[in-house]
Design a protein around this ligand. Structure first.
Ligand SMILES: NC(=O)c1ccc[n+]([C@@H]2O[C@H](COP(=O)([O-])OP(=O)(O)OC[C@H]3O[C@@H](n4cnc5c(N)ncnc54)[C@H](O)[C@@H]3O)[C@@H](O)[C@H]2O)c1
Length: 330
């Protein structure tokens, strides 16, 4: 009989910003990985592991039954990351977002149940909290969900379905990630920390709106570790549960991020301007104690370290054009 480590982990969306970090991490830790991804942003992120004997890459789409049913064959765990990601991307094509983020996720889940998959980790988001009632407050998993975008509403719908899923075998876990930052084999520069650091490091102007709004942040590597810990945890600790993934100490307002950046790049202060915009009303400061208690997770990479990482990467020239559209989902 195959041991836990011989079982196949399916990463749906495994070529993406978070998925590629997870894929490489699990391979380095001797796990067998299958990726299903339609390569919306290309699949270069996986080339470094292309010949790895424990990696199988399936180019396919979660909107198609045939692709999904092939992908779940012989799999013990599914990590479902594939989506049209972020409020702007979902707002620009809401129908596509619904087809992928809702219908596609239901499809992956249904096929996984049929295939006898035991673990299903669903990538959710702290955006589900929307706007806190009290701007000095905190939210945790007991707080009400208040999604303010199509993107977050679809995440909440899927969470609700998964947490009530009546299956003798499959144990879903919903991980509500903080906003990610840091590098990845598929870099993204449309995320706050990465965007701010890129713009100022390259001497470009930076317009900031909603400077007082709180948001939690978590590094790509920490998110990959969180998923791995979830896969390895006793199922009683994580099955049919939702967890916030991040760190109590890494909640910041945008103005706090700017202060950190000015400390690192004092010459950039004059490049920053604050503007009024009512587009994004999200404001949430999040507690992460439940996940720490369940699996012992603590994030290790601070936002400050992430800012340094992005500054050095974009200044070094290793990323030819950090403004290329392939590094942005919107
Ligand atoms: N990055 C963050 O800050 C963050 C925060 C909270 C939650 N999340 C969630 O984590 C997951 C991964 O996000 P990411 O930042 O890596 O985004 P990403 O856009 O880099 O990755 C998504 C991946 O899904 C794939 N995909 C899209 N549509 C597909 C389809 N129809 N069939 C198959 N594959 C498809 C894309 O090709 C891409 O590789 C998403 O579910 C997202 O909602 C991300």
């Amino acid at each position: 009989m195959a041991g836990t480590r011989d079982k196949i982990i399916l990463i749906v969306g495994g070529a993406g910003y978070l998925g590629s970090v997870l894929t490489h991490r699990l391979l380095a830790r001797s796990r067998r990985v299958r990726v299903l991804d339609n390569m919306l942003y290309g699949g270069q992120s996986l080339l470094g592991a292309w010949h790895h004997p424990s990696l199988e890459v399936m180019v396919g789409d979660i909107r198609h039954d045939r692709d999904v049913s092939r992908a779940v064959e012989g799999v013990s765990s599914v990590v479902h990351l594939a989506a049209i990601v972020g409020d702007p991307a979902c707002a620009s094509d809401p129908q596509l977002a619904t087809k992928v983020n809702r219908d596609g996720a239901y499809r992956v889940c249904a096929h996984a149940v049929d295939a006898g998959v035991e673990r299903f980790v669903f990538a959710s988001t702290c955006s589900n909290y929307g706007r806190m009632e009290n701007s000095d407050g905190w939210v945790d998993e007991e707080s009400s969900l208040n999604p303010v975008s199509h993107y977050a509403k679809l995440k909440v719908e899927l969470e609700t379905y998964l947490l009530r899923l009546d299956s003798e075998v499959m144990q879903p876990t919903c991980l509500r990630f903080a906003t990610a930052f840091g590098l990845s084999p598929r870099p993204r520069f449309d995320l706050t920390v990465n965007q701010f650091a890129r713009d100022l490091a390259l001497g470009n102007s930076l317009e900031i709106y909603g400077k007082q709004f709180w948001r939690p942040y978590c590094h790509t590597i920490d998110i990959a570790r969180a998923i791995e810990l979830t896969l390895e945890a006793p199922v009683e600790s994580v099955g049919h549960k939702a967890f916030n993934v991040g760190s109590n100490d890494e909640n910041y307002r945008k103005q706090d991020l700017v202060e950190k950046l000015i400390n690192l790049l004092p010459e950039s202060e004059s490049l920053i301007s604050y503007v009024q915009k009512n587009e994004d009303p999200r404001d949430y400061r999040v507690r992460f104690d439940r996940f720490e208690a369940a699996v012992g997770f603590q994030s290790r990479v601070t936002v400050e370290a992430g800012l340094r990482e992005i500054i050095s990467a974009v200044r070094s020239g290793v990323i030819k054009d950090p403004y290329d559209h392939r590094y942005s989902n919107s």
